[in-house]
Write a protein that binds this ligand. Structure first.
Ligand code: ADP
Ligand code: AMP
Length: 216
């Protein structure tokens, strides 16, 4: 049986930031659907080309392609022990597909779904100041979590960039899409008895402490 943790929360809640720490502390793979799509995009694969328009508009990539991308990723040997899922599932059909896949592949079931709660107003400021690293998906914030040297990732030395979809107009749409399509997952996991609510407005280290306590 694999140990599966699903991080829930709006764009900018801190899922990627926290997933990096959790994956290290718990020795589990980190699967970010957004990073996977961005990797496809940079390699100009068929999937990347298909996803591009949706991502630029701040819409969700269709469920069928997203689900098959994740299924393929989870079949990798590094997921045998388990994984932290960051950004997937984002719709009820995706969550149902994940449950089916976990049962079929004898991996088990989602053990915990921490929901990192942050108000919409705060998200705009977080995403507006986010700097991401191209190589390993590490994230910084110009005010809240600056890198040691401006524009350079502390971990792998790669260049930092601001995501095209972190512009204010796209952020507004992403938050709208989150409220419409992803918030039903909170009830979905609550009904399964695996939801844990975490206050995501606290400093990064405090959120980490609460998250670790909720999954241990
Ligand atoms: P998500 O993966 O949920 O979209 P990120 O982890 O990329 O969110 O975080 C979004 C931005 O907010 C980043 O710039 C990150 O450095 C910053 N951030 C994350 N957690 C916190 C926090 N608890 N307090 C302040 N800023 C944070
Ligand atoms: P993220 O890096 O999680 O903010 O995701 C960036 C973009 O990738 C989203 O705005 C979507 O266009 C797409 N994306 C990421 N994860 C999913 C998913 N689970 N379902 C559909 N689209 C997704």
């Amino acid at each position: 049986m694999a140990d599966l943790i699903v991080l829930l929360g709006p764009p900018g809640a801190g899922k990627g930031t926290q997933a990096k720490v959790l994956s290290r502390e718990l020795n589990l793979a980190h699967i970010s659907s957004g990073d996977l799509f961005r990797d496809h995009l940079s390699r100009k694969t068929e999937l990347g080309v298909l996803a591009q328009g949706y991502m630029q508009r701040g819409e969700l990539v269709p469920d069928n392609v997203t689900i098959s991308m994740i299924r393929e990723r989870m079949a990798n040997t590094d997921c045998a022990k388990g994984a932290i899922l960051d950004g997937f599932p984002r719709t009820v059909p995706q969550a149902e597909a994940l449950d089916l896949f976990l049962a079929d592949s004898k991996m088990g079931a989602v053990r915990k779904a921490p929901y990192i709660k942050v108000e919409a107003q705060v998200l705009v400021e977080r995403l507006g100041g986010r700097w991401s690293c191209r190589a390993g998906g590490h994230v910084y914030h110009e005010k809240f979590n600056p890198p040691k040297a401006a524009g350079v990732c502390d971990v792998d030395g790669s260049a930092l960039y601001q995501r095209e979809d972190d512009k204010a107009e796209t952020v507004a749409n992403r938050i709208r899409v989150y409220f419409e399509q992803t918030t039903p997952l909170i009830e979905y996991y609550r009904r399964k008895g695996v939801l844990a609510e975490i206050d995501g407005a606290m400093p990064i280290e405090d959120v980490t402490r609460e998250l670790l306590a909720s999954v241990r």
